[in-house]
Design a protein around this ligand. Structure first.
Ligand code: NAI
Length: 470
């Protein structure tokens, strides 16, 4: 017989988007919950990730638009950045959202324990509270949601002053004249666009053949790369970074590229070469919990190899994204309160807040073809979308990857204005198995950006309205 929910006790390690959502959802279901967090609630996402970077990308976008005021019939004599104001805006937004999470948790009577937890054994968390104090928390279920940390690549000089990881790059006391980015992935490209808007000369050093090599539609990654190069960001690909050295007036990045040695001078260097699961010192080895490399191994219900121990978020691998962790928080809450929901990540959107934005969901064309699918790709350019013209944002494209016969949408990939918002329709299409015809017969408001989705769907039958096709 399942235990009555009011007697069920759940301990959650980690108060990021995975852990706090799991805590709220378990509490809503009537169980008692303890949430252990060593830093601020909200984890990387709220404190030093998604939220503060999006404050910076929003201000960077506003700044570059204000500088284009004349295009919109506006006279804005001088648009400039006020760095202390920008930092204050970022901090205020983070503080408000963190406080909001704390309020929600308290309202649901989640007990918050501030300390560093580790798994002592299934059903028992050992927490160091600071000042030599400890607490043992016994619970029927334990959820491990420890998140991830910035990877440290084998490059000499990572500890030099002026070399930062993503957390350090958020703190901008003065705009560096020369900003170098090691790793042209999601974090690297978002910061490249932020610093470029603020006025830095930006160089990106990427090991792969293009920027955004992982999980992004190749044609879209290529297009963004060309657009950003045209805007003046120096993107170098196929680069092997050897070391960073201090010079009399800054830093020097020593690399080997396709054309030989390349030296890049910079005032600030961002290292953004991926993230690792934050699984050290959690007691996993001592408890013999199965791992897959550094990640925690889980089944499709998010159960680990130990009874009553579950894990979610970046620590279990797959997309290292806040919204994927949040969904897993809801799944684990359902499962440990008697449900049996399985993870289904076919429609997790990947969103990148560059300028213009990139977003994708489902299979890319090459993934679908590699899986043996007979695929038809239909696309529509934002330059032919009325709202896009009104916004003065002509660059970009929507690509639908469809099953050739049925027209079922297998993937949606976009580059363009508000792509990170527009992808929601793509997620629904992929999740629900919608066809291009069904999308095409869904009336989309005019003049809006989602009409680009409609037109791409019409294009499946060569029937786009606002584009000539032979
Ligand atoms: P990433 O995996 O997206 O990109 C790392 C890049 O560094 C890759 O392009 C890789 O080829 C390159 N690289 C690796 N070693 C290198 C080296 N030694 N020299 C030059 N290039 C090298 O990782 P990133 O950007 O650090 O982001 C970490 C995670 O955070 C990602 O999983 C991402 O999904 C997530 N994230 C998501 C955001 C969003 O949803 N908007 C924003 C920021 C991060």
């Amino acid at each position: 017989m399942p235990e009555p929910l009011e007697q069920l006790e759940v301990a959650i390690l980690g108060g990021g988007p995975g852990g706090y959502v799991a805590a709220l959802e378990v509490a809503r279901r009537g169980a008692s919950v303890v949430l252990v967090e060593k830093e601020n609630l909200g984890g990387t996402c709220l404190n030093v990730g998604c939220i503060p970077t999006k404050v910076l990308t929003t201000s960077a976008e506003l700044l570059s638009r204000a500088r284009r005021g004349a295009e919109f019939g506006l006279s804005i004599p001088q648009a400039d950045v006020d760095l202390p104001g920008l930092m204050a805006c970022k901090e205020k937004t983070v503080e408000q959202l963190v406080a909001g999470v704390e309020q929600l948790l308290r309202a649901r009577r989640v007990r918050i324990v501030r300390g560093t937890g580790r798994l002592a054994r299934p059903g028992l968390l050992d927490v160091e509270l600071g000042g030599g104090r400890r607490e043992s928390i016994a619970a029927r279920h334990v959820v491990l949601a420890p998140g991830s940390v910035a990877a440290r690549p084998p490059i000499e000089g990572l500890d030099l002053p002026g070399v930062v990881f993503s957390t350090g790059a958020l703190q901008i006391d003065r705009v560096p004249e020369r900003f170098a980015v090691i790793g042209g992935g999601v974090i690297g490209m978002e910061f490249a666009c932020i610093y470029e808007a603020l006025g830095s000369r930006v160089t990106v050093l990427e090991a792969a053949r293009t920027i955004l090599p992982a999980g992004v539609d190749e044609t879209i990654a290529q297009r963004l790369q060309s657009l950003l190069r045209r805007r003046g960001i120096d993107i170098r690909v196929g680069i092997d970074v050897k070391a960073i050295e201090a010079t009399s007036d800054g830093l020097r990045v020593l690399t080997q590229g396709p054309d030989g040695a390349l030296v890049v001078e910079a005032d600030r260097v961002l290292v953004a070469t991926g993230r690792w699961p934050n699984t050290d010192n959690l007691g996993l080895e001592e408890c013999r919990l199965s791992q897959s490399g550094r990640f925690i191994a889980v089944d499709d219900r998010l159960a680990t190899s130990l009874p009553g121990v579950w894990s979610i978020g970046d620590a279990v691998g797959g997309w290292m994204l806040a919204h994927k962790a949040m969904v897993e928080g809801r799944i684990v809450a359902e499962n440990l309160t008697g449900g049996s929901r399985r993870v289904d990540h076919r429609a997790v959107p990947n969103v990148i807040f560059t300028r213009p934005e990139v977003a994708g969901v489902g299979l890319t064309e090459s993934d679908a073809r590699a899986a043996g699918a007979d695929v038809k790709v239909t696309q529509f350019a934002f330059s032919a979308n009325a709202k896009s013209r009104i916004l003065g944002e002509r660059d970009g494209v929507v690509r639908l990857v469809c099953e050739a016969g049925s027209g079922r949408v297998l993937g949606v990939h976009m580059l363009g204005p508000h792509a990170t918002d527009l992808i929601a329709e793509g997620s629904l299409a992929v999740q629900a198995g919608v066809t291009a015809d069904e999308l095409a017969w869904t009336t989309h408001a005019h003049p809006t950006l989602p009409e680009a989705m409609l037109e791409a769907a019409l294009g499946f039958r060569g029937a786009a309205i606002h584009m000539h096709s032979r």
